[in-house]
Design a protein around this ligand. Structure first.
Ligand code: PLA
Length: 513
């Protein structure tokens, strides 16, 4: 008789069987926990026993005794012929359990994400001193997530209006696309008036970058993207997945904990003509080091000279300086020069819409006609990927930006958030200076801007921060100051000083994610 049944059913049946065949088959009831630990996921159990056993089974759980079983008659296959067949002999009964191999056998375990995985590890830590400085997400002084008041207002308005849930067009909400381009270039900017910008709503910054990467792969075959060393770790994943080749330009100088401007310029100059140059519009992640306005001019010069195509990632507009306009200065400089370029935008941080996945990709073209064609192709890429974007976050942004009172309220809240980060930055610096008697210069912390501080701690030191002090951070030495409170600055300073001076130094430069 052959019994092939889903695991659960089988186990129910075998409970009876095991009773009547004594301990020998009882094993089956334990199979899930003990005996299949190293097997593929056991979706099915196959128990093969001969006709005699079959008749025994039919007797139910009443009369069968172990001694009545002829073990030679229970032929259950050989483990040699089937790698998934487990055979075991228990005094009187030979039994086998065949586990169907999984089709996913070749799929190995992926490593945790170097940034989002930190939050998972943080959650699992039960120590009450723990501090999550991994992901760049704004927290209040009480270290709680923050929903902006202006967002709540816009949402109430949307509810009152009874906005529907119809599909958006592929390119997203028209009012959002208008608002987002205006926020970036400034309302009334010639590139907008002359309809030279192809804007489509994306799945926040990441999704928008991914759309642009797909466009590059399709229409600029073989073109290389140059990314800063280091950069936000996901940039590499995005271009890898889109099959766009990339290489790095020098950016961070570990000796000065500042910008390697000469190296950056030299590497951009050296790149093959027509390369894409990925630039962080403001608040460079992870270093928190931005070029000065004068340096931006030089960067634009060399990009123009080499006929490269700039590609801005603007994930922190308003979060670096507290001013939306100031943080868009780099992008506007390139627009004023009449260059063609990409800009990916995100509202995760500046409007706190992390989970709404709202952002946009803008392609500035030299003519309205080119912009129309580019937009049509971006839509063509988006349609089979996700069809059309979500509406909720787009409506929030459109409502906030489109209403003067709410817009001002947003700016005030953004200043408050950026201000709080600046205050803890200063407090952390003060605590480090007062506690560390080694004479180390911690002033780089004050020179960095935005949500993050790139501490210069290497992997061993970062591990010490987490293992000993329960401070969760990325292994490249980045800490998110947006997740720090004034009350925790002293504790963090103790952790940094201990890790800096006492953790094993491997003489390694900070690792990249
Ligand atoms: N670009 C940069 C430079 C970023 O730092 C981030 C987010 C994004 C784009 C994308 O964000 P979005 O898709 O939510 O719009 N970086 C975070 C989160 C804040 C993350 O890794 O996803 C970070 O901790 O680095």
């Amino acid at each position: 008789m052959t019994i092939i049944a889903p695991l659960k059913t089988k186990l129910d049946k075998t409970s009876d069987i095991s009773f009547c065949l004594d301990k020998s088959l009882y094993l089956l009831t334990q199979s899930r926990s003990d005996r299949f630990r190293n097997c593929a996921v056991p979706t099915k159990l196959s128990l093969v026993i001969d006709s005699m056993a079959s008749s025994m089974l039919s007797l139910g759980s009443t009369s069968l005794l172990p001694r009545e079983i002829n073990k030679d008659k229970l032929k259950l296959g050989t483990s040699g012929s089937n790698p998934f067949l487990k055979a075991k002999c228990f005094s009187r009964v030979t039994m086998s359990v065949a586990v169907k191999p999984s089709r996913f056998e070749g799929i190995t375990m992926a490593p945790p994400d170097p940034i989002l995985g930190v939050s998972e590890a943080f959650k699992a830590d039960t120590n009450e001193l723990k501090l999550n400085l991994g992901v760049g997400a704004y927290r209040t002084e009480e270290l709680q997530p923050y929903v902006l008041n202006v967002v709540k207002k816009a949402e109430n308005l949307m509810l009152e209006r009874g906005d529907n849930k119809e599909y958006l067009p592929i390119e997203g909400l028209a009012a959002f696309n208008k608002a987002t381009a205006e926020l970036l270039f400034g309302a009334g900017h010639p590139v907008i008036k002359e309809q030279k910008v192809a804007t489509i709503q994306g799945l926040s910054g990441t999704g928008s970058l991914r759309l642009a990467a797909a466009l590059i792969e399709r229409y600029f075959p073989g073109a290389k993207v140059l990314i800063s060393a280091p950069t936000w770790g996901n940039h590499k994943n995005i271009f890898n997945d889109a099959k766009v080749p990339w290489s790095e330009y020098r950016y961070y100088d570990p000796k000065t904990i500042g910008l390697d401007f000469e190296g950056m310029i030299a590497d951009i100059k050296e790149a093959p003509e027509g390369s894409f140059i990925l630039l962080h519009g403001c608040a460079h992640n992870p270093t928190g080091i931005d070029p000065t306005p004068e340096q931006w001019v030089k960067i634009a010069d060399v990009i123009q000279e080499k006929n490269h195509i700039p590609f801005f990632d603007v994930a922190y507009q308003g979060f670096a300086s507290g001013s939306l306009d100031e943080d868009a200065a780099s992008v506007r400089l390139f627009a004023e020069r009449g260059m063609e370029f990409f800009v990916a935008q995100s509202y995760s941080k500046n409007l706190g819409l992390y989970a709404e996945r709202i952002g946009a990709i803008n392609v500035v073209c030299s003519s309205a006609d080119a912009a129309t064609r580019v937009k049509s192709q971006l839509k063509r890429i988006a349609r089979p990927m996700y069809s059309n974007p979500p509406v909720h976050g787009a409506r929030i942004v459109a409502n906030v930006v489109g209403d003067a009172a709410m817009f001002n309220e947003w700016k005030a809240e953004m200043e408050m958030m950026a201000g709080r980060i600046k205050t803890v930055r200063q407090q952390l610096y003060d605590s480090l200076v007062s506690k560390d008697k080694s004479g180390k210069d911690w002033s780089f912390i004050l020179k960095q801007i935005g949500m993050f501080s790139f501490t210069g701690l290497n992997k061993a030191q970062s591990d010490n921060m987490t293992d000993k002090w329960h401070v969760y951070m990325t292994k490249d030495g980045r800490i998110s100051l947006a997740g720090l409170s004034m009350a925790k600055c002293e504790y963090l300073a103790d952790a940094i000083i201990d890790s800096y001076h006492n953790a094993l130094l491997y003489w390694e430069t900070p690792i990249e994610l």
